[in-house]
Design a protein. Sequence first.
Length: 368
Amino acid sequence: MSILAGISLLVWLYLVFAHGRFWQSGPYLPQAVPERAPDVAIVVPARDEAGSIARSIGSLLAQEYPGTFRVILVDDASGDGTAAIARTQEGAAERLTVLTTGPRPQGWAGKLWAVQTGVAATDEELVFLTDADIEHDPGHLATLVAAMQHMRTDMVSEMVALNCTSFAERALVPAFVYFFALLYPFARVNDPASKAAAAAGGAVLIRRTALERIGGIAAIRGALIDDVALARAVKPGGAIWLGHSTQARSIRPYPGFADIWRMIARSAYVQLDHSPLLLFGTVAGLGLVFLVPVAATFARSDLGFAAWALMMASYLPTLRRFRRPAAWAAVLPLAALFYLAATIGSAIDHHRGRGVVWKNRAYTGSGA
């Protein structure tokens, strides 16, 4: 146990001091107005979003953008009146276009086929991809365009603020953001010299020229983790930026632990390329990094306690962002255990041929 605790401590020393400052609170974009206001097409894929579409589309139609923009809602076979609700929002007659998806070609993921339908119907200089469960402040679009111009990037993406209301959300959502940043350190993503690439699908502004350069949405047509796939396609030929949003928030609730489990299981094994070997490595790695320090601490190992202390310290900025008490840092290993169990469950579902059901659509790992 002492040897494992020592290795875990070395790993945490590397993560905290040499892993792209993954634990930092930012980066954030300051609210701004662009020097030039090119035309923007806002593409929103939606499937059975009656509960959130009014707030989402309403907030997009109310953007205080100094240039011309329009909203394209792509209704992906909704059965709950999503499109009808969207059409009732103020400004819909002037700026909202509603499209429906045709038959999905072989090899296309459902969401990306909807995105492709919307993008193909536009010719604006910039394309803003966002989800139907995101609410935006009036200045959000202007801020994204200003940032793209100032930083001279091909793509700007933000992880929107996530719901953190139910007990399950308070216990697990901050950890989700923390683990995402651990996997994709924002500082490395934003460094043109680094190969690290990632994006957050809730808010992605991209230049049309960049889309054309990579071959359009078709270049990632089968991806279930589409935001990261898009970033990986764009970055080799142009700079990208990823940060946290202060002007957009998710309005999708995850009231129970089972809801969060399904959200994780939908794509966890996809992230590992459906590889049992990578799954084994993930289990071993997460066990070493998050569970060994706890076990070693209870075995009265100073090395284990030091590793656990570094772990807790690295989690504090994320907890502050979600306005959670610092004491929650001590239970990060339990959150890691939950996410690890959901990943294993995702692998079991895949190998049993069951896949995951999300929005009444089965995800088996091949484009759904």
